[in-house]
Design a protein around this ligand. Sequence first.
Ligand code: C2G
Length: 129
Amino acid sequence: MKKVITYGTFDTFHYGHVLLLQHARALGDHLTVAISSDAFNDIKGKQSHFDYETRRAMLAELRCVDVIIPEENWEQKRTDITEHNIDVFTMGADWTGKFDDLSDLCQVIYLPRTPTISSTAIKRLHTEQ
Ligand code: C2G
């Protein structure tokens, strides 16, 4: 079984996230998603609209997501890849090059990012109403 992993906040869940997760899942037979915890979002400087449990519950409804784990820090990726026997690490193209150091452990693939939609844009719309 070819196992894939990806990481993200997935706040104000939108079709850009759905496409990323579908493409990630299509890279193998099993997809693990590491969702940023609320504490890690603080470290990332990302103010998410929805808390971890809400963001986790949304992704848990997706057929293309097999396992969800919390992302607590930047450093856990190597351990996650090893412990979960991951074959492919993937992220959207806005992260291109940032995780090439993982290529000694698994394949590293950057997927096209969906233009014109983002959590930031949605939150800006929400505050302007
Ligand atoms: N994404 C996308 N298209 C968009 C928006 C996001 O393909 N319109 C992708 C991003 O490239 C990322 C994933 O969806 O791969 C999740 O995006 P975010 O929730 O913004 O994740 P981010 O805050 O970048 O966290 O350790 C890695 C970090 O946790 C990534």
